[in-house]
Design a protein around this ligand. Structure first.
Ligand code: SAM
Length: 461
């Protein structure tokens, strides 16, 4: 591997005696891991079914390393959102965000969605999760992953931090800034990250992080928690960004947290500021030569103060108004005929697309929104066609009719590729599942189950 020489010189200066061990880590193959989706399965249930060889990741209860011969990305379970393939050290920051069901949470730099979907899982469908990504193409991938993982209370936006902060003054309980960074922890996994690296880019990333963090600070409630993380080792980012932030924002402090085996404290002598703020050793470094992961940095920051009793966060335009029940009567009929559960929240129509926004969702007028909540389906003339996102958010017990396919069958793979199936049964919508995990919709008529798997997602597996 051709590591940039300026990077190596800096790492040698930083690590001293440990440098050799760090270099050695590039010689061994990288660890591959996945995170189970607790909205779909739990550890015990999955361990029984799993066709993969799994060993646990210490800092994430749903995280597992899989072995080289496993290909979880090519299994129907992946399309059913049973897991998300995520680098193990990247699973660490969300645990430190301490998300609770009912929180208002912002994931400010969210694509492709590893951490957003992890946050969404912890929220158990309660509260509001805004997943934001500044780059349009990446925001689209984020939105697809939010759908695949069956999140019901997530809103996906494509905005700059500056524009968002005008809408959400002191609004969120928790904010994750998984910052755009120089990506030095990606060198082992993606060699092209090496060619994009330069000392100038490190400086540029550090500056960009300053402004992203300032916007995040403005959007956090008093007493709220901000987790800053990167996948780089550069001290101008990491400790440097945290130290500069604390000097600009004396209303924040670093929270003492538990470090798992192999995690190291951050280094006050790498802050690069005068003075060095208190508590820099409470930041956390994950090194590839100290644990099984590519490397990460994280800091848990808390905003001093408390919100007054009964404080209700207010966004720029207040709460989103929903449409009247008569305007979604076709959905109600579908719900009665095809579902065993009832949906509650703010119903919204975008053209003929019906969404269910989480309770108390802020009005997003003027923002670029890719997904204003759970996509329920399309209002067609006199009938309703359910959305893929709705299917992925359901479990078999929520649907009146299910068609369960076996995970190791050809049928499951063919279904994902758009094939129809022969099936007896009552006419109507069927929730198609793989080993009990929802995968999409089929419509049964005359012994044929018509495939409603979205054309854009069909693939040969
Ligand atoms: C490290 S990645 C996020 C990874 C993501 N959190 C995950 O777990 O899948 C950082 C993201 O920040 C976005 N970004 C780039 N410039 C930005 C800016 N000025 N403000 C906010 N986000 C930015 C990038 O497009 C990228 O998607």
């Amino acid at each position: 591997m051709n590591l940039p020489s300026a990077f190596l010189t800096r790492m040698q200066e930083m690590l001293g005696e440990e440098y050799e061990a760090f270099l050695q880590s590039y010689e061994s193959g990288h660890y591959q891991s996945l995170r189970l989706n607790p909205r779909k399965t739990d550890r015990e249930e999955f361990m029984e079914k799993s066709p993969f060889h799994l060993t646990p990741v210490a800092w994430e209860k749903n995280g597992f390393y899989y072995s080289e011969e496993d290909t979880p990305g090519k299994h129907p379970y992946h399309e059913a959102g049973v897991y998300y393939i995520q680098e193990a050290s990247a699973m660490a920051p969300v645990g430190y965000l301490d998300v609770q069901p009912g929180d208002y949470v912002l994931d400010l730099c969210a694509a492709p969605g590893g951490k957003s979907t992890q946050i969404g899982a912890a929220m158990q469908g309660k509260g509001i999760l805004i997943c934001n990504e500044i780059h349009p193409a990446r925001a689209k991938i984020l939105s697809e992953n939010v759908e695949r993982m069956g999140l019901t209370n997530a809103v996906v936006t494509n905005e700059s931090p500056e524009r968002l902060s005008a809408y959400f003054p002191e609004y969120f309980d928790k904010i994750l800034v998984d910052a755009p960074c120089s990506g030095e922890g990606m060198f082992r996994k993606h060699e092209e990250a090496c060619s994009e690296w330069s000392p100038e880019n490190v400086e540029l990333c550090a500056k960009r992080q300053d402004s992203v963090l300032d916007e995040a600070a403005a959007m956090l409630k008093k007493g709220g928690r901000l987790v800053y993380s990167t996948c780089t080792f550069a001290l101008q980012e990491d400790e440097g960004s945290v130290a500069r932030f604390l000097l600009r924002h004396p209303e924040f402090s670093i929270k003492e947290t538990h470090r798992y085996d192999g995690m190291e404290p951050g280094r006050p002598d790498w802050a690069g500021t005068e003075p060095v703020p208190d508590g820099m050793e409470k930041t956390i470094r994950l090194w590839p030569h100290k644990l099984h992961g590519e490397g990460h940095f994280l800091a848990v920051l808390e905003k001093t103060g408390e919100v007054p009793e009964g404080y209700r966060a207010r966004s720029l335009y207040g709460i989103q108004k929903g449409i009247a029940p008569k305007d979604f009567a076709a959905w109600k009929e579908f719900e009665r005929e095809s579902l065993k559960k009832q949906f509650d929240g703010i119903f919204l129509l975008f053209g003929d697309q019906l969404y269910l926004a989480p309770k108390d969702m802020p009005a997003l007028k003027g923002l670029k929104v890719l997904r204003p909540g759970l996509h329920l389906g399309t209002m067609k003339k006199g009938r309703f066609e359910p959305a893929h996102a709705l299917a992925l958010s359901l479990s078999p017990k929520d649907a009146v009719h299910c068609c369960n396919l076996s995970g190791d069958s050809q049928e499951a793979r063919q279904w994902i590729n758009g094939m129809t199936l022969s099936k007896d049964g009552e006419k109507g919508w069927q929730l198609v599942c793989v080993d009990g995990y929802s995968l999409g919709w089929g419509k049964l008529a005359g012994g044929i189950l018509k495939n409603h798997y979205p054309k854009g997602l069909r693939k040969t597996m």
